[in-house]
Design a protein. Structure first.
Length: 233
């Protein structure tokens, strides 16, 4: 009988006990160059209720989820929940209000583009469904519901925002949709546990550092070339 590698054994154990296995997380999408700006978005693998009236509670929740991913923690960025309460709209909480700023492209953690700009995010059709978690995994089909409290164009809607308002109902999004249902797909009781969408602050692609050995080699070649020119008659 063939022996399994240590890594394969760990994967099999994780599958048996139900531990989520992280895929590769893409924090710098392909095709971007140093100096380009962008944002990242994900859906939380963890869930909570939507009873709070304070948007800061939801921002803290998604930030805590993001911090469980070493790749996201290393970015040193802030995270905001894509949610609406009675006093703050989703597009203002996430600084994606197209009447305030054009914004930058938004990407999933697998490198797929969600939207080209703030206006594109709230036009009722995403470029890709927002269905990748902080671990780089596609969210399970049985857990598609996401608390938003938000209309498809990112604003406050009647009493179906997050937080108790008498009716105790709020809008949920559905991660399998790229059409408006991603944010305005259904209505649920705010005491139920559901997932949340999160979006980062604006990030900037950094130049790739030159390894010291390569710098020394290049400097040596430069000195040799200078000496060669000096010794020529």
């Amino acid at each position: 009988m063939m022996k399994l590698s240590v890594m394969r054994r760990l994967v099999l154990v994780a599958m048996l006990v139900g531990i989520p296995i992280a895929n590769a997380v893409t924090t710098v999408p392909a095709g971007l160059n140093p100096g380009d700006q962008y944002r990242l978005a994900f859906v939380t693998s963890a869930t909570r209720d939507a009873v709070s009236t304070n948007v800061a509670d939801y921002n803290s929740f998604v930030t805590g989820v993001a911090s469980t991913s070493p790749d996201l923690l290393a970015l040193g960025t802030n995270w905001a929940a894509i949610v609406t309460t009675s006093s703050v709209s989703a597009r203002d909480n996430t600084s994606t209000n197209p009447t305030v700023a054009t914004g930058v492209p938004i990407y999933l953690l697998n490198g797929s583009k969600v939207a080209e700009s703030n206006a594109d995010l709230w036009d009722g059709l995403l470029d890709s469904p927002l269905d990748i978690t902080e671990l780089g995994n596609a969210i399970a089909p049985s857990t598609w519901w996401v608390w938003t409290g938000t209309l498809s164009y990112g604003t406050i809607v009647g009493s179906t925002h997050l937080g108790s308002d008498g009716l105790s109902l709020a809008y949920t999004g559905i991660t399998s949709f790229s059409a408006y249902q991603w944010i305005e797909g259904s209505i649920s009781f705010i005491g139920e546990p559901n997932h949340f969408y999160a979006i980062s602050d604006t990030l900037t692609v950094q130049p790739v550092p030159v390894p010291p050995a390569a710098w020394l080699f290049g400097s040596a070649l430069g000195v040799m070339g200078w000496m060669r020119r000096k010794t020529q008659p």
